[in-house]
Design a protein around this ligand. Structure first.
Ligand SMILES: NC(=O)C1=CN([C@@H]2O[C@H](COP(=O)(O)OP(=O)(O)OC[C@H]3O[C@@H](n4cnc5c(N)ncnc54)[C@H](OP(=O)(O)O)[C@@H]3O)[C@@H](O)[C@H]2O)C=CC1
Ligand SMILES: O=C(O)[C@@H]1CCC=N1
Length: 267
């Protein structure tokens, strides 16, 4: 990709996005400027050739795409700071900031600046993110550009903004739910004989394989489950015991609890 990118907020997520973008040369390091106040914490990126700067205005002036990765309470001030140098004809603003709406952004930067909201997850660091993308004023060309960026960092889907909170729960919080499944499976594996490292390897690769049966194979989960569950076998016994104890139900209720919480955090 031959665009210049400013990553405003080089913290956990900003660094992960930058690392993902420069991996395999998708974007040349010198085309990216990452900003934060404590510049010394960007030493590793600087050593890889990424430009680092304390000055958000300079970074924005020199870029085509501006990615906001600061905390929600910092958004108003930083958007106001960069607003005078954003050129609506040439630039787009992408925000990964949880709970800051497109309307709130447009109120600060103006209606004519193309604004996107994205919800990636932390697997973006290894370019395996699921990223949901929303816009209300981006053109198809701009949507294609944003999609190309996040497809290079995993998979992406364009959704309506009303679904952003749901996307946060299923995609971003989902990393934690999935990892807790792997952790619990690992603990079960230890109980039935494996050392912790081997149990974790088996549990993790098994989850990856199961996910790929759907992503690569294109099948419905229950079809794949049917293939594993031998009549009167051990899988169905274990699976039914998990369901009797509320496996699917607890996941669905947990997702709803997260969703209720995010709704309260935002409104
Ligand atoms: N989708 C997901 O899975 C996740 C999404 N998020 C979202 O991403 C955003 C960032 O989260 P995260 O990376 O964890 O937070 P961090 O605190 O790690 O990063 C924010 C960075 O912004 C920098 N910063 C603060 N003020 C300014 C400023 N005025 N100009 C430039 N940089 C500034 C800070 O560095 P310094 O203090 O040195 O300036 C800090 O490194 C949040 O809005 C959060 O909601 C977060 C986690 C997961
Ligand atoms: O737990 C949270 O509130 C944030 C939102 C997405 C991931 N972490």
């Amino acid at each position: 990709m031959n665009k210049k990118i400013a990553v405003i907020g080089g913290g956990n997520l900003g660094i992960s996005i930058t690392q993902g973008l420069i991996a395999d040369g998708f974007v040349k390091p010198e085309k990216i400027t990452v900003t934060r106040r404590r510049l010394h914490l960007l030493k590793e990126l600087r050593e890889k050739g990424v430009a680092v700067d304390k000055n958000n205005v300079n970074a924005v002036k020199n870029s085509d795409i501006i990615i906001m990765v600061i905390k929600p309470y910092q958004m108003k001030d930083v958007l106001e700071e960069i607003k005078p140098v954003i050129d609506p004809k040439r630039q787009i603003v992408i925000s990964a900031v949880t709970g800051f709406s497109i309307d709130e952004m447009k109120e600060i930067v103006g209606e004519d600046i193309p604004v996107f909201r994205v919800m990636p997850n932390t697997a973006i660091a290894i370019r395996e993110s699921m990223t949901c993308i929303a816009t209300t004023n981006g053109t198809q060309d701009q949507i294609d550009t944003v999609t190309t960026i996040f497809d290079a960092l995993g998979k992406s889907v364009v959704i309506s903004e009303e679904l952003m909170e749901a996307a946060t729960v299923l995609g971003a919080c989902g990393i934690a739910y999935s990892l807790r499944f792997i952790r619990a499976a690992t603990q079960g594996g230890i109980e039935i004989g494996f050392d912790a490292k081997t149990a974790e390897l088996i549990a993790s690769q098994t989850v990856k394989g199961a996910a790929n049966l759907l992503l690569v194979g294109g099948n419905h989960p229950e079809r794949e489950i049917d293939k594993v569950t031998t009549p009167q076998g051990c899988t169905i016994v274990g699976l039914n015991e998990m369901e009797h104890r509320g496996f699917s139900s607890s996941l669905i209720k947990g997702i709803r609890a997260s969703f209720n919480k995010i709704a309260k955090m935002i409104h």
